[in-house]
Design a protein around this ligand. Structure first.
Ligand SMILES: Cc1cc2nc3c(=O)[nH]c(=O)nc-3n(C[C@H](O)[C@H](O)[C@H](O)COP(=O)(O)OP(=O)(O)OC[C@H]3O[C@@H](n4cnc5c(N)ncnc54)[C@H](O)[C@@H]3O)c2cc1C
Length: 551
């Protein structure tokens, strides 16, 4: 997957559909369009999944809370949204079983009344998923609950066990892009959509794109432009037509990470009620414990959102209401913050009520199509609605959507024990093989082959870490990773769960990238310096003084 080749195609070919934004929504649209036979290109300003789509709670869910709202307000729309999302859960898992799987969660109950309430709610959640259920929910008495998760506070009355899905969001996003490229789509990261050129009728005709890495300017010609920029959607809408009203609100959500052994169970906990009426999850993820989230209305800026100390304290406080052995802020080893793209009602519409979770909006003046709102779980439905609409606008007979049965790269031939092939055939160490199988499915064979080519590339980048030089080389060659952050935050996901280790391996990763991408010595040094500075900034913002990476 050579980026240079993608750049040439972007600048020289003409497309049916140009998608702006390389998060879950944009990547979903790319795969949907190209797999139906349209010629599609995706333009991403930073990196695939660099914004909200790598910073989610990583749950594939109908939303227990939305169901509660649906029942309390007798809201049929909410009910249908939950039902559709529950159906999507299984599709997401089926199409990439290495990246998504069922997750058991416990909802602690502090009284028998709560026990009845949550059991009834979660039974309804089961019923809605019908044949596509991931497991039946179950009321557990105190003894059973504590056996399932001994870290729960011992003064609970009981708990309700239920199931949702969990996904590796950034890698899922990357796999969508790669799968679309196998169908012939073009995708570019580090390419910013800057301006439109319009035809004589004022319709969008060309997108001006800047290659952020070199400053090169490209002209992308397409018959239709899709705005899939999530929280940034209003910017592109106003670029296409400055007369449009704003549709997006942005809310910041934070997760913090503590070492995995602080919870002695692989069953997650759903804290059912915060003082401001939300839920907080305590979830095992990649060997760590992920706690989140907060919800704060915020302004959109170009700076990466960061975890702040008050947010750390808020989350720790909620965990401690349900944890037998309290956690403290100094146990936090990483964290990440994302921006929710919240859709608001159209100011020009009669109704001020939002009836959908997502909406495909067409600007009749410029022809821009914007896909607004939504969530990770429903990315595929959002893409399907967007491409269905695109067929109408292109005046072409609609080819049916096929993404419900497209297995993503690495999924074909995948089995939970496929890692044994890597050990037996390529002598990959067990820890590394298991890790590669979970992250890349059967594509892990390509990484194993690199290890055969260069035996020194099989050594871990840090003692006890499953990441190896071969993995770095693979993501540069096969997944367009261009910066240290592309590798450490998105392809590996390490930066999001372990600041210190990510910082420690930055230098070695930079050496490998420099050799692959022909970086000068100055480029390499700057990349490492900037990365250290960024991790320091994360720690300071979170009010966490961790031992320096060099200690
Ligand atoms: C804290 C939090 C927790 C969440 N948890 C869950 C969950 O558990 N389950 C779930 O289903 N959903 C969850 N969500 C929602 C879900 O993560 C988002 O709905 C989804 O990731 C949005 O994807 P997107 O592609 O629309 O936006 P994004 O992922 O933000 O992608 C938009 C992309 O557009 C790019 N872009 C912007 N401007 C330009 C430009 N000018 N040129 C080119 N590219 C541009 C950006 O760089 C970005 O990569 C959560 C959200 C948050 C914030």
């Amino acid at each position: 997957m050579q980026r240079a080749q993608q750049l040439e195609r972007a600048d020289s070919e003409e497309f049916d559909i140009c998608i702006i934004g390389g998060g879950a929504t944009g990547a979903g649209c790319l795969l949907d369009a190209q797999s139906r036979g349209l010629k599609a290109i995706l333009i991403e300003k930073h990196d695939f999944a660099s914004e909200t789509s790598s910073k989610s709670t990583k749950l594939i869910h109908g939303g227990v809370r939305y169901l509660e709202q649906a029942v309390k307000k007798a809201d049929l729309n909410q009910y249908h949204m939950v039902k559709k999302a529950l159906h999507e859960r299984l599709t997401l898992i089926r199409n990439a079983p290495h990246l998504a799987h069922p997750l058991a969660l416990l909802t602690p109950c502090m009284s028998w009344m709560e026990g009845i309430y949550y059991t009834a709610g979660l039974k309804m959640y089961d019923a809605l998923s019908g044949d596509l259920s991931l497991g039946r929910s179950e009321w557990l008495n105190k003894e059973q609950a504590l056996k399932r998760n001994p870290s729960l506070i011992h003064k609970i009355h009981s708990a309700v066990l239920y199931y949702d899905g969990q996904l590796n969001d950034a890698r899922y996003n990357m796999s969508l892009v790669k799968t679309a490229m196998r169908y012939g789509a073009v995708a570019l990261n580090h390419a910013e959509a800057r301006d439109f050129e319009k035809d004589a009728e004022g319709r969008l005709a060309v997108l001006h794109v800047r290659d952020v890495l070199t400053g090169r300017l490209l002209r992308v010609r397409s018959r239709l432009f899709i705005n899939a920029t999530g929280p940034f959607a209003d910017r592109i809408r106003l670029l296409a037509n400055p007369g449009m009203g704003r549709r997006m609100r942005v809310s910041k959500g934070v997760h913090i990470i503590v070492p995995g052994d602080l919870m002695r169970s692989d069953t997650a906990i759903l804290v059912p009620k915060t003082d401001d009426g939300r839920v907080v999850f305590i979830i095992p993820y990649n060997g760590k414990l992920m706690i989140g989230t907060t919800e704060t209305e915020t302004e959109l800026t170009d700076q990466e959102p960061v975890v702040e100390r008050a947010e750390v304290d808020y989350l720790i406080e909620y965990v401690n209401r349900y944890f037998e052995i309290p956690l403290s802020a100094d146990q936090v080893i990483a964290g990440f913050a994302g921006l929710r793209p919240l859709l608001q009602a159209d100011p020009n519409a009669n109704s001020k009520e939002l009836v959908r979770d997502h909406e495909v909006e067409v600007d009749p003046t410029s022809g821009l199509v914007s896909i607004l709102g939504g969530k990770w779980t429903t990315y595929r439905l959002m893409a399907m609605d967007t491409i269905d609409k695109s067929y109408e606008l292109l005046g072409r007979e609609r080819t049916p959507c096929v993404t419900d049965t497209i297995r993503l790269v690495g999924a074909d031939g995948y089995a939970e024990d496929f890692w044994k092939v890597l050990c037996q055939k390529y002598e990959v160490p067990e820890l590394v093989a298991q890790h590669l199988n979970r992250q890349y499915g059967t594509e892990s064979l390509e990484i194993a082959r690199l290890m055969v080519e260069r035996p020194e590339w099989r050594e871990p980048l840090w003692e006890g870490l499953p990441h190896t030089p071969a993995e770095v080389v693979f993501v540069v060659r096969a997944e367009m990773a261009q910066t240290l952050k592309d590798v450490l935050a998105r392809r590996f996901g390490l930066e999001l769960t372990d600041w210190r280790t990510s910082d420690r391996i930055a230098e070695t990763v930079a050496d490998l990238m420099a050799a692959e991408l022909n970086w000068s010595d100055d480029d390499r040094r700057k990349a490492v310096r900037d990365y250290h500075a960024e991790i320091d900034w994360f720690r300071k913002s979170a009010g966490l003084i961790l031992p320096s990476a060099t200690v």
